[in-house]
Design a protein around this ligand. Structure first.
Ligand code: ACO
Length: 362
């Protein structure tokens, strides 16, 4: 018997993060991720993950400087961006731009390469959003921090403090999450001694799928379906479950209780100005869906996951649905790069076995 979906299989030792699915706990380098999201900046937590400890003042300043220095899109990537078909999804644009970076990248991966990727993700996404809307992409504003600058480059306006705070919490809470599908994909690519941009392209392709990072877009659709004028939310959810539909934003391979990131984001939503109605609807629908999942799928322990409240938070800060998954990558690029570097420090190529169930023809 094989472990379908590698359930329960340990594929690596790591000291980056610990996901306790029974307790509902997530630690980054030993620190509770929820506490980090309340107390620390994006830059501090990115430094923590990459380097193993929180920075002192001078280390933090040097890290912020290095990120700002790499924010500007290289000229050849700007040209590439302008030549891409406008109907491309942002995830595909990211993948194309990352492929064109660092033609001389080799193995093992370095922290400098990681910093370049972390710095460039917001610039690529924001530049594409403006370019595809017929607007001129903006230059990064070096007076702003990483999250403020992302919001500024998307809108051209100075970002609202409540939006910066909500987005910072979301990005910290989703920066790293153990051996999820996209991180595993990145480690598999890197285990062949391929370069960091190739590993990140593998991760981007994996993240895009609706069962992983593509889920929040489906969450908004679910919330809108459920709030129909003709039927009650309960009737609609029952119909979906009877049809065997998967409800986006619920269920998790590891968490058999509520995802701690969802709990933290529920609080974030409360503090985001103007989100009162969004919040109360989201909380009511979460409760309804959790009850009905327990009825239709008893014993599976299906609870809300991070994507449900991620979608609600991003909706509350006026992000469009097709920005959700790329914005997830603005944070997860830190986890991906850190795992790829860790993989390179004690590498052995991934090469699992299969079980042949076909027949012999001759
Ligand atoms: N809605 C309805 N039923 C569900 C859901 C759901 N969201 N999630 C799981 N189930 C059911 C399955 O149909 C299955 O039922 P069965 O035993 O009758 O066949 C059972 O619960 C076990 O589910 P699996 O799909 O085997 O669980 P797995 O661990 O393989 O998948 C996953 C986990 C992909 C997250 C799944 O729960 C799902 O598809 N959720 C919806 C998509 C989603 O929200 N993804 C984001 C996850 S978080 C992240 O990636 C950042």
């Amino acid at each position: 018997m094989h472990a379908k979906g590698l359930e329960g299989i340990v594929v690596a030792e790591t000291s980056i993060s610990d996901v306790d699915g029974k307790k509902g706990e997530l630690l980054y380098r030993g620190y509770d991720a929820g506490n980090l999201a309340q107390m620390q900046s994006f830059e501090e937590v990115a430094y923590l993950l990459l380097n193993g400890g929180l920075p002192n003042q001078s280390e933090l300043e040097a890290f912020i400087f290095a990120l700002k220095e790499k924010r500007t899109l290289p000229t050849e990537v700007q040209h590439l961006l302008r030549s891409l078909p406008k109907e491309l999804m942002i995830m595909d644009v990211l993948r194309s731009c990352i492929s064109s970076l660092n033609p001389k990248a080799t193995w093992p991966p370095t922290k400098e390469e990681a910093i370049q990727l972390i710095a460039l993700f917001p610039t690529i996404i924001a530049s594409w959003i403006r370019h595809s809307a017929g607007k001129v992409p903006l230059e990064p504003d070096h007076s702003l921090n990483h999250v403020q600058n992302y919001l500024y480059m998307m809108s051209g306006n100075q970002p609202e403090a409540a939006h910066v705070s909500a987005l910072t919490s979301y990005l910290i809470l989703t920066m790293e999450h153990g051996m999820n599908a996209s991180t595993f994909a990145a480690r598999v690519v890197s285990s062949t001694e391929s370069d960091l941009p190739s590993a990140i392209c593998g991760a981007l392709g994996t993240m895009k799928g609706p069962l992983h990072g593509g889920a929040p877009t489906g969450v908004l659709q679910l919330l809108s379906d459920v709030q129909s004028d003709t039927k009650s939310p309960e009737e609609i959810v029952r119909e979906k479950l009877q049809r065997g539909e998967k409800l986006m934003g619920f269920g998790h391979r590891v968490y058999k209780t509520t995802d701690p990131r969802a709990i933290a984001l529920r609080h974030v939503l409360k503090s985001t100005g103007g989100a009162d109605q969004v919040l109360s609807n989201a909380v009511d629908i979460e409760q309804l869906i959790t009850q009905l999942l327990a009825e239709y799928k008893p014993g599976r322990n299906l609870h809300v996951n991070v994507e449900y409240y991620a979608a609600a938070v991003m909706d509350a800060i006026a992000f469009k649905p097709d920005w959700f998954t790329p914005t997830f990558c603005v944070s997860r690029i830190v986890g991906w790069c850190t795992h790829v570097i860790e993989q390179s420090e004690d590498n052995r190529i991934f090469r699992p076995q299969q079980e042949y169930v076909g027949t012999r023809k001759n």
